[in-house]
Design a protein around this ligand. Structure first.
Ligand SMILES: Nc1ncnc2c1ncn2[C@@H]1O[C@H](COP(=O)(O)OP(=O)(O)O)[C@@H](O)[C@H]1O
Ligand SMILES: [Mg+2]
Length: 242
């Protein structure tokens, strides 16, 4: 009986999510994190389906739901296993996905402390993460779709965000034109599930990769960038003592 009610409520999600996830969406809505029944799809990614939803105060939330099927949980496990914040994690699909989701929440909290421009995390439950939406009614677009002008100034602002993160002791690890939004001509970084502390193995390789991906995009827009020089400039900022 209850199951049927849930099913009616989330008709559109029925094909995508299991009953467990659908129930937890309802739990989060009933706790007041977003208005029940207002989820509208924003994106279907490799691991998660992302929705925009109304909040009680009329602003908008983004609800990121990691799928319990069709996810590359081996890749998730490898990242988590090298993150000192997640010791003793068992290699079981559900545990790994829940930890992954929790990690993105914790990473978003860390970005607040670091003063980085990123969404504010609101809640997480199992495989569901709720955060503020960047952009008011309409979500802000990715820089690949809303190309920043002038690029030089915007790029400098992105570098400033990378430095803030580094100073705080972290590297985003999946930074590119796909995970930087253009919010009123200023960058906002998103998608923090892969962010790791600088003491994790490979952290400096991830930093180099982030620099390459971001530089590739801005270089095509005419910005002159020396990747090696930029790397040294970021590292020269130093990491604060934890
Ligand atoms: N807080 C947010 N505000 C606005 N749009 C967002 C937000 N979070 C995600 N999005 C949109 O949803 C897309 C997918 O989210 P993302 O966290 O990057 O997941 P994925 O791991 O699938 O790339 C983003 O590219 C962006 O367009
Ligand atoms: Mg992304």
């Amino acid at each position: 009986m209850m199951a049927k009610k849930f099913r009616e409520r989330f008709k559109t999600m029925d094909d995508v999510f299991d009953q467990f996830t659908i129930r937890n969406i309802f739990v989060l809505a009933s706790k007041g994190h977003f208005v029940d029944g207002t989820l509208s799809p924003l994106s279907i990614g490799k691991e998660a389906n992302v929705f925009s939803a109304e909040r009680n105060d009329g602003s908008r939330a983004v609800v990121k739901i990691y799928r319990l099927s069709t996810c590359d949980f081996n890749n998730m496990y490898n990242y988590l296993a090298s993150d000192p914040r997640f010791p003793h994690l068992k290699k079981k699909l559900r545990e790994v996905v829940f930890a992954w989701c929790q990690r993105e929440y914790r990473n978003l909290l860390a970005t607040r402390d670091a003063g980085v421009r990123a969404p504010l995390p609101l809640a997480f439950l199992k495989n569901i993460l709720v955060m503020t939406q960047v952009g008011d009614e309409q979500p802000a677009q990715k820089i690949k779709d809303d190309v920043p002008k002038p690029p030089q100034k915007f790029f400098a602002e992105v570098v400033a965000e990378i430095k803030k993160l580094y100073r705080y002791g972290y590297v985003h690890s999946d930074l590119s034109k796909f995970n930087i939004l253009n919010s009123d001509k200023h960058p906002v970084l998103i998608d923090f599930s892969q962010m790791v502390p600088m003491n994790a193995p490979n952290a400096y390789e991830y930093l180099k990769r982030d620099i390459e991906n971001v530089s590739d995009f801005f270089r095509k827009l005419g910005v002159k960038i020396d990747n090696g020089k930029l790397f040294r400039e970021i590292v020269a900022v130093g990491t604060r003592k934890a």
